[in-house]
Design a protein around this ligand. Structure first.
Ligand code: HEM
Length: 333
């Protein structure tokens, strides 16, 4: 059902139009409002988090939490949702599942906080559903959306200009936002997006439990019930998989004669591989490209703390510890 829904052109266009509207109505005005100001440092990670939260709610529930309005309001729903995701993910990194299970039984520590956060998410979700029922909306499938933007930093000025050159060639210099069709022609942008997720996969690792005894391709025996984890973050940085330049950010590795050429998904399992591959992949890519392109064409964005090593924070999806503070200049000013 989800496959049919997410594969349908009308659903994709509907989601894409929503993204375009959020970019035009909220994202660009917000960045313009701080551009060029001496104290105009903005946490881009927080901006993207708000953007994707607004989008998920609008797309899934036809409810607009308005997190990206100019005043950057704090949504209880978003805070509780983020906390619940973070604490759920932390269960996976405790030394033994017994620890969190005992905490849950006695309702203490992180398990107490998790229970409270989930309760708040449920209360708010029920309010949204009631509101929609009263307004007589038709039901839609709940969809999960994740979004991670790529910003070119000082180390890759050539990547930023290559994206601008390519988009100028396809859209001309003045058109503000690219259409779905125009973006399909942007092979370099697609390559940069894939390269960014090779080094910074939104889902860093993912586990499965074997239903039967099995043998891995390298002859390792795996007993029924074993937890098996694949790790896109580690795989993206392995010389054996990507060659001696594996740690370099090189969109060109995805291009053959200027045409984007995908890799085997088992080598690049960012969206997983096989029968349970991510169903929202195409939609997610179109949305991320659209946001990244709209910002790169309109603004010069510089990381506010250059030289500082960026570190991942654990969670269901990857985030940067301390956010991503940036300085913004409007290229049209
Ligand atoms: C960059 C963004 C995204 C990444 C990296 C990503 C990655 C993944 C991964 C790794 C899985 C496998 C999870 C597992 O089985 O344990 C998955 C599953 C899934 N994703 Fe995504 N995803 C993204 C965006 C989206 C979006 C935007 C949607 C929906 C609009 C979506 C819908 C789904 C669905 C429905 C599944 C379950 C597929 C199944 O089990 O058959 N994803 N995704």
């Amino acid at each position: 059902m989800a496959s049919l829904e997410l594969g349908s052109l009308s659903i994709r266009s509907y989601a894409f139009e929503m993204v375009i509207s959020e970019i035009q109505q909220r994202l660009l005005p917000l960045l313009s409002s701080v551009a060029g100001k001496a104290d105009g440092v903005l946490d881009l990670q927080d901006v993207f988090r708000r953007f994707s939260f607004d989008h998920i709610c609008q797309f899934s529930f036809a409810f607009d939490p308005g997190c990206l309005q100019l005043s950057l309001p704090i949504s209880d729903f978003a805070v509780a949702f983020d906390l619940a995701s973070k604490l759920s993910a932390e269960r996976a990194i405790t030394a033994s599942p017994l620890i969190w299970k005992i905490k849950r039984i006695f309702n203490i520590g992180t398990e107490k906080k998790l229970k409270e956060a989930i309760k708040l998410v449920n209360v708010l979700a029920e309010q949204v559903i009631d509101h929609r029922r009263n307004m007589g909306f038709s039901t839609q499938k709940d969809l999960l959306s994740r979004f991670m933007g790529t910003v070119n930093d000082d180390r890759h000025p050539d990547v930023e200009s290559a994206i601008r050159d390519e988009s100028d060639r396809i859209m001309g210099p003045t058109q503000e936002l690219a259409s779905f069709e125009q973006m399909r022609e942007m092979h370099y942008l697609q390559a940069a997006m894939y390269e960014s997720m090779r080094l910074y996969p939104p889902v860093q690792f993912d586990s499965k439990f074997t239903q039967e005894d099995d043998v891995l391709p390298d002859s390792t025996f795996v007993r029924k019930g074993t937890r098996v984890t694949y790790h896109p973050y580690a795989m993206g940085r392995m010389e054996r998989v990507w060659g001696p330049d594996c740690l370099e950010f090189k969109p060109e590795r995805w291009l053959q004669n200027g045409v984007f050429t995908p890799e085997n998904p088992f080598k690049y399992p960012v969206f997983q591989a096989g029968p349970r591959v991510c169903l929202g992949k195409e939609l997610a890519l179109a949305e991320m490209k659209s946001v990244a392109l709209s910002l790169i064409r309109r603004f010069d964005i510089q990381v506010a703390t250059p030289g500082q090593t960026q570190r991942f924070a654990p969670g269901l999806t990857a985030t940067l510890r301390g956010g991503l503070p940036v300085l913004i200049r409007d290229r049209r000013a």
